[in-house]
Design a protein around this ligand. Sequence first.
Ligand code: ADP
Length: 594
Amino acid sequence: MFRSLHMKLVLIMVLLIVSLMTVVGAFLINSVVNYYTQDFYTQMALAFGDEDFIGDLKTPVEGEESGAQSIAHILESYNGTLGVDNRSRRYYVLDGGDASCLAYSDEEQAGGQVTLTRNLSLALNGETGDESDPAVDYMDVAVPIARGDGSYIVYVLDNRSTVKSLNSELFKLIMEALVFGLIISVLLSFLLSKTMITPIERLTEGAERVADGDFSHKIEVASRDEIGVLTGTFNEMARQLKETLEEVENERNKLGTLFLHMTDGVVAFSRDGAVIQSNPAAEDLLGRAIPIGGTENYDTLFSDIAPLQGVLAVEQPGYLDGTRDVDGRSLELLLTPFDQERLGGVLVVIHDVTEQRKTEEMRREFVANVSHELRTPLTNIRSYAETLVDSAGNLPAETEQNFLGVILNESDRMTHIVQDLLTLSRFDSGRTELKLAPFPFEGAVRDVYRAILMDAQRHGHTVRLDLERGLPEVVGDRERILQVMMNVVSNAIKYTPDGGLIQISAGRIGPKVWMEVTDNGIGIPAEDRGRIFERFYRVDKARSRESGGTGLGLSIAKEIMDRHEGTLELVDRPGPGLTVRLTLLVEGPSHGHP
Ligand code: ADP
């Protein structure tokens, strides 16, 4: 019931008023009693300290019948001074010996009996009894008087009825004041609640909205007091909180985007192995869906690499790793625990190392190929040379000439291979600069045609030249482009059985010029077509070697065309034979010198 500030305020005000009125009432009543008592004894001291009055009381009048009556008469005339009103205060004239009542002020009072009080006892012993006793509910003074032969006691008794009625009046007044006070306090507390509690309630409402994530609401600062300061501080706090939250949200979005688009796969697991996060790359690399809260968990996905507990036990920044092949791709997996101090879990990062592996594999193959290619001619040279040495000049001159011819051929081949390798390595390291200059494309094609014509005719081939009219000048390294064209055309001659047909055509499409060399030779089987631009790749090694090929020609040609931002490719057409097509930008490579 008293939960709300409002009710508490009312309660405090009520308690305040009640306690205030109680204290004030008690003080008031107490001081009225004290004042009345003091006033009584002062009045008595004044009256009985008056020499004339005491003298009158003590001196008998001549011929008086009763001393007591005479004293009563004197007292009667002093009623005003003594404050005798016969309601609350009366006087008595008592016998000095036994305190029996001889006369008294109030005629109506029957018997005129008095009680033997402490002061009365003092007077019976001849002393003035004027001591106040707060414990009793009356006040009295007893003065012994010797009059003539008789001894009397003048006794004034006040039963405090005046002060009692005054007190009850006062009490009534205080009660009324209390009721008024209470009414005012309730009204005041309402007023206070309006000025104090309403802003607090507004603040509370604002805080609740902030707690619900609504930062748009600004609480009005209505005053400059502590609540006003608090409201201002609260608004500032909400603003800063909003900014901080926005920053955090921003960071989270950035991380989320990064997580979504990174090429490495990431899957996070809770301590019990449930998936708590995964990115599209992970699903793509592992070739399956990994929904949060789905059936996949650590055990179904990675327990073959390492058990969950094993990964959780790894000390950071350490990690466990493993490999896996999925759909022909080589994956490298790194498993590490995160946030070990709190709940944490396990993070698995998946790297696609297929390309890396392929490159390594190619490098290994290349080294093996180079060694092999160089060893073959070397072995030949060595064996022929040995034979010549062993025969010590006993061989017929013609055979000797033959052998020497083979040795020369083989060493030429080695020189070729080494030269080709050097060319390739210069391309690889970017040390080859193209000498770009405009040259007529048609002229280049015709030059190639003229250069190979004799050789082609030797093999009984028919060579056709089919050029579009008005081929433009192109920007490029003429010597290198000629090298590519020569390579392609001589391949057509080499790999076409004698008496074949070779067609060289060239033209222009938009910003490019093209040249195609078509033969009706042995062609390339489908499974090899993708690889013939690889270094040392030859469909038929023996045939290639016979015709002096190194298996590097097309790789170098492709490299040159790439540098020119042109293309070199096999045209997809049904056999027999092969069509090789090259294209070149008329304006030359856009990136300038490679
Ligand atoms: P090579 O020095 O052996 O000729 P290239 O790099 O020029 O080396 O060619 C690679 C391989 O491509 C050749 O060994 C051959 O098997 C194949 N090839 C190239 N051109 C043709 C063609 N016109 N017809 C058939 N096969 C070809």
